[in-house]
Design a protein around this ligand. Structure first.
Ligand code: G
Ligand code: G
Ligand code: MN
Ligand code: NA
Length: 253
C-alpha cells in the first residue's frame, strides 16, 4: 500500500524514468528504440519494472503508467538525432492502455501530435493475447491508427495462445519473436525450428520480424541466415538511460 501510494505520486510528478534499448537492422544501424520503464526510488534505488508493474496492476495504475510512458517516450524521441539522416522509431509497450479502451485512438493520436514525432515512427507493442478475439469496433480503431502510419507489434510472440496460423488474423505489422526461442537458436534444434517457422510465416504474410534477447554472435548469425529483419538484445546494447542512448545514436553503426 505504501509503495502503491509512492507510485501514484511518482506518476503525477514525472518520478519515473525511461531507458531505451536499440533494435538494429542486419547492418547494425539503429532502426527503433524500445522504451522500458524504471523507477528511481528515493530509498530503494533504481527499481526494475518486475518490482513495480505488479504494484501498478494492483492499484489500477497501469493505464496511467502507459499514458505517462507514451507521452514521455514520444517527447524524448522528438529530440533524437537522425544518424545518416535515418530517423529512429520509438516503441512503447502497452498493457493498461489497450485498443479496446474507448479513448485509445484519442489518447494515442493526441500524444503523437503533441510530440511532433511522425506517425510512421511510432510502434505500439502489445502481447499476443491483446490481439486475440478483437471485436470489429476495436479493429477499426487500430486500423485508424495504422492508416495514419502507426505500427503495431506483437510482443513476446510464441508465449501466448496464438498458433502460427492465427498470425494472419492479427492486425500487426511487426512480430517480435520471444527471447525464449532465441536463446537456443545456436544449439537447440527445436528453438531453431520455431524461430525459422515464425520468420517464414511472418514473411509470407508481409510482416516484419524482430528477434528479442539476442545475446551471442552465433544467435545473430543464425537468425540473419533465416531472414530476421531486425535484432534486439544485449549483444548490441542493454537498455540505457536517455543520455547514453543519444550517444549511441550520435556514434552511428
Ligand atoms: O527491461 P525489462 O526488465 O525492462 O522489462 C521487464 C518487463 O516489463 C517486460 O515484460 C516489459 O515488457 C515490461 N515493461 C517494461 N517497460 C514497460 C512499460 O513502459 N510499459 C509496460 N506496460 N510494460 C513495460
Ligand atoms: O517483454 P518485453 O520484450 O517488452 O521486455 C523486454 C525485456 O527483455 C526487458 O526486461 C529487457 O531488459 C530484457 N532484455 C533485453 N535484451 C535482453 C537480452 O539480450 N537478454 C535477456 N536475458 N534479456 C533481455
Ligand atoms: Mn516489448
Ligand atoms: Na518482448
Amino acid at each position: 500500500v505504501h509503495l502503491e501510494g509512492q507510485l501514484r505520486e511518482a506518476l503525477q510528478h514525472d518520478g519515473l524514468a525511461l531507458h531505451y534499448q536499440p533494435v538494429v537492422g542486419v547492418d547494425g544501424a539503429v532502426l527503433t528504440a524500445e522504451a522500458l520503464v524504471r523507477w528511481p526510488h528515493p530509498d530503494r534505488g533504481l527499481l526494475p519494472p518486475d518490482v513495480f508493474l505488479p504494484v501498478a496492476e494492483q492499484g489500477d495504475l497501469m493505464r496511467e503508467l502507459d499514458r505517462w510512458v507514451l507521452r514521455t517516450a514520444l517527447k524524448e524521441a522528438a529530440t533524437w538525432p537522425a544518424p545518416d539522416g535515418r530517423p529512429v522509431s520509438v516503441a512503447v509497450n502497452l498493457a493498461g492502455l489497450v485498443p479496446g479502451d474507448p479513448e485509445f485512438v484519442d489518447i494515442v493520436s493526441t500524444a503523437i501530435m503533441e510530440s511532433g514525432v511522425p506517425w510512421e515512427r511510432v510502434v505500439l507493442e502489445l502481447v499476443e493475447t491483446a490481439f486475440v478475439d478483437l471485436p470489429s469496433r476495436v479493429r477499426q480503431s487500430m486500423d485508424e491508427l495504422v492508416k495514419r502510419g502507426v505500427q503495431f507489434a506483437v510482443d513476446d510472440f510464441g508465449t501466448g495462445y496464438s498458433s502460427l496460423a492465427r498470425l494472419k488474423d492479427l492486425p500487426a505489422q511487426i512480430i517480435k519473436v520471444d527471447r525464449r526461442f532465441v536463446s537456443g537458436v545456436g544449439n537447440d534444434s527445436s528453438d531453431f525450428a520455431v524461430a525459422r517457422a515464425v520468420v517464414d510465416m511472418a514473411r509470407a504474410m508481409g510482416r516484419k520480424c524482430v528477434a528479442e534477447g539476442v545475446e551471442t554472435a552465433t544467435q545473430f548469425h543464425v537468425l540473419r541466415g533465416v531472414g530476421v529483419d531486425a535484432y534486439q538484445g544485449w549483444l548490441f546494447s542493454r537498455p540505457v538511460p536517455p543520455k547514453e542512448f543519444r550517444a549511441v545514436l550520435a556514434l552511428g553503426p
